[in-house]
Ligand binder design. Structure first.
Ligand code: PMV
Length: 309
């Protein structure tokens, strides 16, 4: 009998294109390995129990609400493996901040699927992992585009269009971004719901803004593929202006974006659902420490520097 199996999954950031991606426009996202969700499986006497170190919860799967994300991903995965009865304990721990635009829900789901695959010695491809995690994203978000589960399950930069096979792209010249947390949690589901109401009320305006975001994503992809990374900062600023139009920014985000730019960032924008959570700022090597320090001094609760390559 196996004693212990662990698996991990990274967080992610959307470099360009959040929200518009729900409406069929492209988006670019990259994994962020500085933050990780880990699931560990050990034997258990009777039934399946899931423990979350972060929330302190301990739930027996038989008794759990069917919509509970941890119970849901476990049930879905066991069903995909045709396993009807299991005796195991799943312990989940995550350093991906919750409700912060870094894909915490998808990271936890992917870690659980991979750990169960390891436990039952099943070969499982990224597409299946992504599909299972997407089912649970639907419980979190209502109408998820699928970008979070895709970039996290494939663990590589993706150019994503809802409903289409994923495309990867090459990074001609590595570049760095600072990721800073406003410390204000924000549920993606609420921001996505508000954007939908805005779109329903003013379809033409929103469609035009989504088109402009889609065009920025195309330009960003070309810039990344050709090594013209100096274009990315201004493109982030343009993307942020459109995110502001669709009302998913917040005073905390705007404040830290202004701080990053004053400290020398080439551009900055919110990431993920918005309204709080994290922002990213484009930096060159000479500004990385000053921008990170300025964000910390201005109250960012976590600052990560990641290199896209
Ligand atoms: O907040 P996050 O990390 O879950 O990212 C959400 C991205 C959105 O485009 C706002 C929603 C989606 O489903 O793509």
């Amino acid at each position: 009998m196996r004693e212990r199996v662990s698996a991990s999954a990274p967080g992610k950031i959307i470099l360009f294109g959040e929200h518009a991606v729900v409406y069929g426009r492209p988006a670019i996202a990259v994994p962020v390995s500085h933050v990780q969700a880990t699931a560990t499986i050990t034997p258990h006497e009777h039934g399946v129990i899931i423990r979350s170190i972060n929330t302190g919860e301990s739930i027996a799967i038989e008794a759990a609400d069917p919509d509970h994300p941890l119970a849901a991903i476990t049930r879905l995965t066991l069903a995909a493996f045709n396993i009807r009865s299991a005796d195991l304990a799943i312990t989940v721990e995550s350093s991906v901040p919750i409700a912060a635009g870094l894909g915490s829900g998808a990271a936890v789901s992917v870690a659980v699927v991979r750990a169960l695959a390891g436990w039952y010695q099943r070969a499982i491809d990224a597409e299946t992992v992504s599909r299972l995690a997407y089912e649970v994203e639907r419980l979190h978000h209502g109408t998820p585009s699928g970008i979070d589960n895709t970039v996290i399950a494939y663990h590589r930069p993706v150019y994503f269009v809802r409903g289409q096979p994923i495309q990867t792209f090459s990074v001609a010249r590595p570049f760095s971004v600072v990721i800073a947390n406003t410390g204000r949690p924000s549920l993606t589901k609420i921001a996505v719901g508000d954007v939908r109401r805005g779109w329903e009320a003013q379809r033409e305006r929103y469609e035009a803004w989504f088109d402009q975001i889609g065009a920025i994503v195309q330009q960003a992809r070309s810039a990344i593929e050709s090594g013209a990374v100096e274009q990315l900062g201004p493109l982030m600023d343009q993307n942020q202006a459109l995110l502001r139009n669709i009302d998913v920014s917040s005073p905390e985000l705007e404040h830290l974006i202004a701080v990053a730019k004053r400290a020398g960032a080439a551009g900055a924008k919110l990431v993920g659902g918005g309204r709080g959570g994290n922002l990213i700022a484009m930096i060159d090597a000479s500004h990385r420490d000053t921008v990170a320090a300025a964000l910390q001094a201005a109250g960012a609760t976590q600052v990560i520097i990641t290199t896209v390559q």
